[in-house]
Design a protein around this ligand. Structure first.
Ligand SMILES: *Cc1c(COP(=O)(O)O)cnc(C)c1O
Length: 369
């Protein structure tokens, strides 16, 4: 038996014939940039998320950059984020002229909201909570802090399309939120892609122009912008996959439940919260991240048994990256967590048998070691 960490060909194989037909149609018609498929996708996406506006952009990183620039980030502005996030969250801030300020995460791997207030200075202008692994942060508390200190909240929802907190979708809490359609993401396209979500009309107008060189609908340049458009072809593919997203998320939650059931009695592991319909969080499990004793030996054992695992960000929390100027104080908790983090296979190509096999091998490792 073989369980790779991710199965890239599967992104296409699920809906192959439907996608083939669509690609053929779009290419034959020559509808490549800012065409109807993009418009349709943006409409479907905003409906899915119960949001007022959605814009397809080139990728999840540029989605954050556009948001920060549209929100008026200035040189030296500080943006508070968890150190347990992708480099993109921080590099977007750097690109927009700001300074990333890093705080610890909690046991569920999301930003520790109790540390946000302590990290606020006169220069703080933004909070960028990352909805990591497909789980939404304590947004009620974060929004309260933001209001108290007059800060702008931009959600990095790259990993959390469809996730909810108190029945509200990720990316709809703050001024704006961002999504990534990188192939391995929950809603993956066939290359790079991303989106900006907002309920603010003025902000929406800025994003729609900024992603297309600051041009308004009639083609006149009215502000600075850049080229950050989502290809019409990718949008057409995403439109097809979006129809199946609810079902795909249900499958991920089912896989998470099964992992939880099979691993919860293993005292050498710390598991993420299981799917629970009575909790404030509706998680979509972009990743199934665990803490594991003897992590590196476990990984090697699993690899020998043809099971792929990944250590998120190659094991580097943002503050561990040398030569990049980020601001932080004590991140001992994150240091401790990063000695043990591990991502188990989590995607829609997994069968029940796969999940049982992976769990069995993990439990077997600890019986022997
Ligand atoms: C994937 C990801 C991004 C960036 O997305 P790209 O589309 O690859 O630019 C940003 N933040 C987080 C947390 C991500 O996982």
């Amino acid at each position: 038996m073989k369980v790779p960490f991710f199965n890239y060909p599967f992104v296409y194989s699920q809906y192959e014939s439907e996608i083939d037909k669509k690609i053929n149609k779009v290419i034959k018609k020559g509808e490549f940039i800012l065409q109807n498929d993009l418009l349709n996708f943006e409409n479907n996406l905003k409906k899915f998320l119960n949001a007022k506006f959605a814009f397809g952009v080139s990728d999840g990183t540029n989605a954050i950059i556009l948001c920060l620039k549209a929100a008026g980030m200035k040189s030296g502005d500080e943006a508070i984020m968890s150190s347990h996030t992708y480099i993109a969250t921080a590099s977007a801030v750097h690109d927009a002229g700001g300074i990333p300020v890093l705080v610890n995460c909690k046991d569920d791997f999301l930003i520790d909201e109790r540390e946000i207030e302590k990290a606020i200075t006169k220069k703080t202008k933004f909070i960028i909570p990352t909805q990591l692994n497909g789980r939404v942060c304590q947004m009620n508390i974060i929004l309260k802090i933001a209001k108290k200190y007059n800060l702008i909240v931009i959600e990095d929802g790259a990993q959390a399309i469809g996730a909810k907190f108190k029945k509200k979708f990720s990316t709809t809490f703050g001024l704006a939120g961002t999504i990534s359609f990188y192939p391995a993401k929950i809603l993956g396209c066939f290359g790079d892609g991303g989106a900006v979500i907002t309920n603010n009309k003025g902000f929406a107008k800025k994003i729609s122009m900024m992603r297309d060189h600051g041009r308004s609908k009639d083609g006149k340049v009215v502000s600075w912008g850049t080229n950050s458009r989502l290809d019409n072809l990718q949008a057409a593919i995403l439109n097809i996959k979006l129809k199946h997203l609810k079902k795909d998320i249900a499958k991920r939650r089912k896989i998470a439940s099964l992992y939880y059931k099979l691993l919860k009695n293993n005292k050498y592991l710390h598991l993420p919260p299981p799917p629970n319909n009575n909790s404030n969080n509706f998680d979509v499990y972009q990743n199934f991240e665990i803490l594991a004793d003897k992590r590196d030996a476990l990984r090697q054992y699993l690899r020998k048994n043809s099971i792929g695992t990944i250590i998120q960000w190659n094991g580097q929390a943002l503050h561990m990256i040398k030569n990049l100027k980020m601001k932080y104080k004590n991140l001992q908790k994150t240091n401790n967590i990063f000695k043990k983090i591990l991502l188990l296979p989590m995607n829609c190509s997994l069968s029940t048998k796969d999940v049982i096999f992976v769990s069995k091998m993990i439990n077997k490792f600890y019986e022997k070691n």
